[in-house]
Every structure is written in C-alpha cells, then in structure tokens.
Design a protein around this ligand. Structure first.
Ligand code: NAI
Length: 330
C-alpha cells in the first residue's frame, strides 16, 4: 500500500523537505511539496491526495474540512503538537486529524531559556556592539537568575523540562496548570499568584478559549513591575496591544516572543525589503527590551527528525487502520 499513499504537503520549507525525504526513504510515499499554506483558497491543490500534511499556520476550518472531505482526502496530518488551527469538531466523521504530540520538549524549553538569557544579559545588544568594535558596557546591565521566582504556566512536557532547566539555575519555581500533575514536587499556585509573585513568567499551555489573551491589561496590572514574559507557546495567549502598552509604561521589564497572535502571514517568511504592515509587531520589535524569534523554538535537528518519522507513521497507521494513537478528537 505504501507506494500508493499520496500526501499533499503544505507550507513546505527546505528544512521540512530535507527531513521528510530522509524519513520517507524506506516508505516511498508520493509527497508533493507546496510552498503555499493550506486554506480555503488553496484547498483545491489537495485533490487526488490521501492526506494533507500541515503546520501551525495552515487554516483547517469548516470550509477547508468540507472541501477535503468532498475531494476524498482522508487525513489531516499535523506536523506539530498544537492543533488550535484545526476545527476538530467539524472534522469528526469526515476527515481524520493526527498530530505529533511530542518531538523534542528540550528544543522548545531550551529556546525559552536561550531567549531569557539573551534578553536579561543583553546578549543581542552586545553581539552587534562588538561586531562594530564597540566594547563599551554602558546599558548592558543584567540581573542574576539565581534566586529569582519564575512562574510556569502549563506543566506538560515542555513546561516540565523548562522547570528542570530553571532549577538548574537556582531559581525558585512556582507553576499553574488547569490539570496539575500528581506525580511531581512542583509547587502549584493559582494563576493570580503567578501574576503577583513571579519575576519571570513562561507560557507552556495550549491556546484554548480559556487561555486566549490570558495576558491582558488586567493581568499585566497585577504582575510585578519589571516582570519578564516568555512566550514560546501560541501568540494569542498574549494580547499584543496590552503587551505593548505594558512595555511602554515600563511595567513589563522585557518580553521574549517566539510566537505572535498575527504571525500567520509573516513568520517563516523573508519580509526584508517589504513595507511592514503590522504596526503592533513593528513597534514591539523596535523596543530594546523585546526579542522576537519567528516560531523557531522547535527548530532543532533532533526535533525535525522526530517530526518527520512520527508524521509518516501516523499517516501509515491511520490510512491502514482508520485509527491512530496520535489522533486528535473532540
Ligand atoms: P502538553 O500537552 O504536554 O502540556 C500542556 C500543559 O498545559 C498540560 O499540562 C495541560 O494540563 C496544561 N493546560 C491545559 N489547559 C490549560 C489552561 N487553561 N491553563 C493552564 N494550563 C493548561 O504540551 P507541550 O508539548 O508541553 O506543549 C505546550 C505548548 O507549546 C503547545 O500547546 C504548543 O502550543 C506550544 N509549542 C510551541 C512550539 C514552538 O516551536 N514555539 C513547538 C511545540 C509546542
């Protein structure tokens, strides 16, 4: 059966093609790589394929699902963990949805710490300065992480690795999770205590109706002055305008953002030389205490290899049995 499986691969980047071609060597699936994202306008490209393979900024809403179903596409294979861009309820009974629940929590947690260290030790400033043979230290003052309180929101796979890393730095860790883990010594507190007590807050929970804009005007007000926010989860956890206001008023000390609510049209693309339309993102990027990476936290060799292998075995399992261990259901 494997030589008959046809996959339409959307939003394909060079690094995706490299890792999927390597993983596909033994399977021999027919994979057609499309640069474009999957959405209502591009869904016609999926005609004749058994499965579509998609990423974080493809839009798999009701219209796209109905269209895939009519075309006989059996499966939406997400090559990521989050599935907030898929209308899973509408897919039920029409098109299967599978994902890669874990590929390297280390990749994301380590990136969160890299952003934090870069930000508070002003590495991004020092790097450009010494490149220009400017060896002045003015304005590069940082602070010790040791002894600081970090609030971790979401203590799943990534959150827990991040907690271990923070403990290695001698930080005091408190956490909030809607479903606290029972098998740990993590100190859970309610979300108000996270806002109130944390010097640094890092987000590792999924985007849901409940978590959308959990960082907003009101919650920012109850945070410590000078708080550092790290978001490697999903952009819409943070109301970007409220964040900008918090930065401007100096209430927020720094922000480290690997994700952004309106990232879909800009992240992963080279927009240099273009007139940049998103004023909020442009203003955030212009701030000396904001670091933005473009949804890069997953991007390690280990993660990409795991993503490719798990995605192809998810497709294999689902198309053969109509079920999959990594299926997403309502
Ligand atoms: P996970 O499913 O292992 O953990 C998520 C945790 O969030 C769970 O413990 C869950 O109980 C908790 N949670 C659920 N609802 C919550 C709520 N309302 N408030 C607080 N906590 C809540 O997921 P994992 O693998 O740790 O990933 C976390 C998030 O990281 C994903 O949802 C995804 O959005 C993001 N991610 C980002 C990547 C990047 O490249 N920037 C790559 C991979 C994941």
């Amino acid at each position: 059966m494997s030589d008959k499986v046809k996959i339409a691969f959307f939003d394909a980047k060079d690094y995706d093609i490299t890792s999927f071609e390597e993983a596909n060597k033994d399977r021999g699936y027919k994979i057609k790589y499309f640069d474009t994202k999957l959405n209502e306008d591009t869904v016609k490209l999926a005609k004749g394929y058994d499965a579509v393979c998609v990423f974080v900024n493809d839009t798999i809403d009701e219209k796209v699902i109905d269209s895939l179903y009519k075309k006989g596409v059996k499966l939406v294979a997400l090559r990521c963990a989050g599935f907030n861009n898929v209308d899973v309820a509408k897919a039920a009974g029409k098109v299967g949805v599978v994902r890669v629940p874990a590929y390297s929590p280390y990749a994301v947690a380590e990136h969160a710490m890299a952003l934090l260290l870069t930000s508070i030790r002003r590495i991004h400033k020092a790097y450009t300065r010494t490149k220009d043979f400017n060896f002045s230290l003015n304005g590069l003052m940082g602070f010790d992480l040791h002894g600081k309180t970090v609030g971790v929101v979401g203590t799943g796979k990534i959150g827990r690795v991040f907690i271990d890393i923070c403990r290695g730095f001698g930080m005091n860790v408190i956490a909030y999770d809607k479903f606290p883990a029972k098998d740990t010594d993590i100190e859970y507190v309610d979300i108000d205590k996270i806002w109130e007590k944390s010097d640094i807050i890092s987000f590792h929970c999924p985007l849901t109706d409940e978590t959308r804009h959990m960082v907003n005007k009101k919650s920012i007000k109850s945070m410590k002055k000078g708080v550092v926010l790290i978001n490697t989860s999903r952009g819409a956890l943070i109301d970007a305008d409220a964040l900008l206001e918090g930065i401007r008023s100096r209430h927020i000390g720094a922000a480290c953002l690997d994700v952004y609510e309106e990232e879909a049209d800009v992240f992963f693309e080279d927009r240099s030389g273009h007139i940049f339309e998103d004023d909020t993102l442009a203003r955030l990027i212009s701030m000396p205490n904001v670091i933005v990476t473009s949804h890069q936290a997953f991007l390690t060799e280990e993660a990409l290899t795991n993503i490719a292998h798990t995605t192809l075995s998810n497709i294999d399992e689902y198309l053969k049995t109509g079920k999959c261990e990594n299926e997403v259901t309502v």
